[in-house]
Ligand binder design. Structure first.
Ligand SMILES: Cc1cc2nc3c(=O)[nH]c(=O)nc-3n(C[C@H](O)[C@H](O)[C@H](O)COP(=O)(O)OP(=O)(O)OC[C@H]3O[C@@H](n4cnc5c(N)ncnc54)[C@H](O)[C@@H]3O)c2cc1C
Length: 470
């Protein structure tokens, strides 16, 4: 009998499998798709030679992940590549706020009235970032935090809504950049804990940047898979699990799936019926004839570029998608331009470009025109550079990956307490009604993103259980 079976080869499933295998447990992993990766994959979606990341592309959480940093992923081919600036947020007048590796450069981009407030916000946490990241990404804690004082201080600043945190800023550049950061996890700006979201992304930029993975996000998944095989784990692709009986006998089963799918597969009835899904996204992958013609020079040098004219426009776009049940006229967009720093992504002189905007869960329309009109405001002439585009709304995202229910790439709403306590209000989020069944997807803390920390935390719950049985 196997020690553990993992279902789903996304970053969390792969990390859970690796963590168990490296502690000597026998592990087999089953994945529905023909390749591993889940939300960390790379495909030639448009034209030959253009390598797109259909899901995650920018990796502030990956490079800062305590789980990934403890694994020898570089030995298995993972290389982080950094653009000159981790992130830029251009404005209509051609200026931009930036997240730079340097606190001083970032603060200066917010203007003289907010530079000091920004420094006072981030500087106390930076020297303690590694310990803070580990404590914060291991919530709810099952052991004492390594640095309870810093974690408590971080909680005081981060637990209130982001709208409170940004009250310390007087001008739009900082307010807008922070509104955009919170929107990365699709959380409402007035939601509890959303201050922490913005702060984590900012601290991550200063600590280690927001890189892309050389060759594409697939290389993160391939590195995890190769390490797992070296540790003796087996991987079975093209294997969609529909019932527990589809799996070989094991002492533990770990699901990198949505809670809804797990309930169906394991027969948990309405155990997760209270779990809510959030807005969806509309994703476009572009093959371009040249770089994006941003007006703001900072945007040309950044790996990630946020698009939203001001905090009010971003707030309106999020409200439209999450509360009003309609697509925004001026979508807030997150864009990534991997080929600015990674020449392997596109033929010489050409570029790949990645963009998404928020839409209601399950929306069936086409956001392409609204997104391109929005892009043209900040990069006039963008449309003339387009060689090909691959679009994916909620239905296509679900077809690619069952975890993105209704196109919700966070695998569950990040509003209210569900941002922090998911998939149930319990101190043991990785456990389920069945003592041998666990859940490790981004529907568990610390939530969405390619960081493997849900897999790491779930694996810890599993190995504790298995060792109790030995
Ligand atoms: C468009 C988009 C953009 C994103 N951008 C970023 C970004 O830039 N940076 C970032 O950090 N994150 C980003 N994310 C989020 C990130 O991809 C996810 O949070 C992350 O991949 C979650 O990892 P996971 O392991 O929990 O689940 P997933 O990566 O979703 O993997 C789940 C896996 O389980 C498999 N599976 C599901 N059900 C079954 C079943 N019944 N049987 C067998 N296998 C099954 C799926 O096929 C999939 O491979 C983005 C996501 C999307 C879609």
């Amino acid at each position: 009998m196997l020690d553990a079976v993992v279902v789903g080869a996304g970053p969390n499933g792969l990390t859970a499998a690796v963590e168990l295998a490296r502690r000597g447990f026998s592990v087999a992993l089953f994945e529905a798709r023909d390749t591993v990766g889940g939300g960390a994959r790379t495909e030639e979606l448009t034209l030959p030679g253009f390598h797109h990341d259909p899901c995650a592309a920018a990796h502030p959480l990956g490079i800062n992940s305590p789980a990934f940093r403890a694994l020898p992923l570089e030995r298995y081919g993972l290389e982080w590549l950094h653009a000159e600036l981790p992130m830029a947020h251009p404005f209509l007048d051609g200026s931009a706020a930036v997240l730079s590796r340097s606190v001083a450069e970032t603060a200066a981009s917010f203007g003289p009235r907010d530079a000091g407030a920004y420094r006072r916000l981030v500087e106390p946490f930076l020297p303690k970032w590694d310990t803070l990241a580990r404590d914060f990404m291991s919530l709810p804690l099952t052991a004492l935090p390594r640095d309870p004082v810093t974690l408590a201080r971080f909680g005081l600043v981060g637990l209130p809504p982001s709208a409170w945190l940004t009250r310390r800023f007087r001008d739009e550049p900082a307010k807008t950049l922070f509104a955009g950061l919170v929107a990365h996890v699709m959380a409402p700006l007035t939601g509890i804990g959303t201050g922490a979201v913005g702060l984590v992304f900012a601290l991550a930029a200063h600590a280690r940047g927001w890189p892309v993975a050389r060759g594409g996000s697939q290389s993160i998944s391939d590195a995890l898979a190769a390490y797992l095989r070296d540790l003796g784990g087996s991987i079975h692709t093209d294997y969609e699990v529909k019932r527990l009986d589809d799996l070989p006998p094991a002492r533990a089963y770990v699901f990198d799936t949505s809670p809804t799918a797990l309930a169906r597969i394991a027969g948990f009835g309405d155990y997760y019926a209270g779990y809510k899904y959030g807005p969806g996204v509309f994703k476009i992958d572009y093959a371009l004839d040249g770089p994006v013609p941003w007006t703001a020079k900072e945007a040309r040098a950044a790996g990630t570029v946020q698009i939203g004219a001001d905090s009010a426009e971003i707030g309106a776009a999020l409200r439209a998608a999450s509360r009003e049940g309609r697509a925004p006229d001026r979508p807030f967009m997150i864009t990534v331009q991997p080929s600015v720093v990674d020449p392997t992504r596109a033929p010489a002189g050409k570029h790949v470009f990645w963009a998404y905007g928020h839409v209601p869960n399950g929306w069936t329309g086409d956001l392409t025109d609204a997104m391109e009109r929005q892009l043209e405001r900040f990069a006039p002439g963008f449309r003339d550079r387009v060689l090909a585009r691959a679009t994916a709304g909620p239905a296509e995202l679900v077809a690619r990956n069952a975890n993105y229910v209704g196109g919700d790439i966070a695998a569950g709403a990040t509003a209210g307490l569900q941002l922090l306590l998911r998939p149930k209000l319990t101190p043991f989020p990785y456990a389920t009604p069945h003592p041998a069944v666990f859940i490790c997807s981004s529907a568990t803390p610390p939530g969405p993103g390619v960081h493997g920390m849900s897999g790491h935390n779930a694996a810890k719950a599993v190995w504790r259980r298995l060792r109790q049985q030995d």
